[in-house]
Design a protein around this ligand. Structure first.
Ligand code: F6P
Length: 324
């Protein structure tokens, strides 16, 4: 295992640079050659990348995003696209590949691994925290802190004006960011894809909330079954005559920002683990964290995590202020 290539793919996530730094430094520790591929699979099939040294990563752990770029690359899911990628990896004499991204990233890597017979290790990097086999994905903790800090700010103005706010958070079709930010922000009403949304029940919650407390904030996961916040606001407005209801879509600020200590440590640990696994001759594994221990999960058993939020929903329910 001499030359190890690595890339970031899909939505960027804070903490990816910690993983990149760790991969480079661990490779150099074991006299391997770290080879960065730019812009994910797009750069791979276009033949863009270069060998990295310590100086390339000496000041990046605190940076959000990914210093080697990322992309969503449809062409890579074609045989022809992967053919170009394989040609590039062969030309560069790559012995092993580390891919940092979400489940779509891993699906592409598995195809490449089979067609090229190259060892592959995945590192879960997405703010959605929706990957089966790991308790946390790199970027989730930072994004969660960004959402909680944003809701604190929205609460200030909502309280001043006694307004209702629908705050939409990312997560694609997962509710992790929504449910944890509700717990972390003392929000009593949260709409997630994993639970059926009842519009009339939501209206009732908003009405009873408004009677007694100043600010009413509803967190809406962008993938909720009743629709995103733009759709939901239109559904509830007819029942809330005269209520000043606003919408805030947090959008891509959830993807940026300096990584939290947790995400820096997670990225650093997973990057180091991934290089060690390649050197040990392992393949088709995803580095994961389970019960606070870094370990390996079979990439053949990857996919979206079907989340059971009942315990968290029970806590939110039991903390509803009954004095209203
Ligand atoms: O997967 C991460 C994520 O931020 C999702 O939460 C979101 O739906 C999606 O990426 C947005 O994708 P893009 O950055 O390509 O618009």
């Amino acid at each position: 295992m001499k030359k190890i290539a690595f890339l970031t793919s899909g939505g960027d996530a804070p903490g990816m640079n910690a993983a990149i730094r760790s991969i480079v430094q661990t490779c150099l520790h074991f006299n391997c050659i770290p080879f960065a591929i730019y812009d994910g699979y797009q750069g791979m099939l276009e033949g863009r990348g270069r060998i990295m040294e310590s100086k390339d990563v000496e000041n990046c752990i605190q940076l959000g995003g990914t210093i080697i770029g990322t992309a969503r690359c449809k062409e890579f899911m074609t045989l022809e696209g992967r053919g170009k990628a394989i040609e590039f990896l062969r030309k560069e004499e790559i012995d092993g590949l580390i891919v940092i991204g979400g489940d779509g990233t891993f699906a592409g890597a598995m195809l490449l691994g089979k067609e090229m017979n190259i060892p592959i290790i995945g590192i879960p990097g997405t703010i959605d925290n929706d990957i089966k086999g790991t308790d946390y994905t790199i970027g989730f903790d930072t994004a969660l802190n960004t959402v909680v800090a944003s809701i604190d700010k929205i609460r200030d103005t909502a309280s001043s004006h006694h307004r209702v706010f629908l705050v939409e958070v990312m997560g694609k079709d997962a509710g992790s960011l929504a449910i944890d930010s509700a717990l972390g922000s003392a929000i009593e009403t949260v709409l997630i894809p994993e639970e059926q949304t009842d519009i009339l029940k939501l209206v009732q919650q908003i009405k009873s909330n408004r009677e007694n407390i100043k600010a009413t904030i509803v967190i809406v996961a962008e993938g909720d079954d009743a629709g995103n916040s733009s759709i939901i606001i239109e559904k509830v407005k007819p029942y809330l005559e005269g209520v000043d209801i606003k919408q805030t879509i947090l959008g891509h600020i959830q993807r940026g920002g300096s990584p939290s200590a947790f995400d820096r440590i997670l990225g650093t640990s997973m990057g180091n683990f991934a290089v060690n696994e390649l050197i040990a001759g392992n393949t088709n594994k995803m580095v994961s964290i389970k019960n606070n221990k870094v370990c390996l999960h079979d990439l053949n058993n990857i996919g979206k995590l079907s989340q059971d939020f009942n315990q968290k929903l029970r806590i939110i329910e039991e903390l509803v202020d009954l004095s209203k």
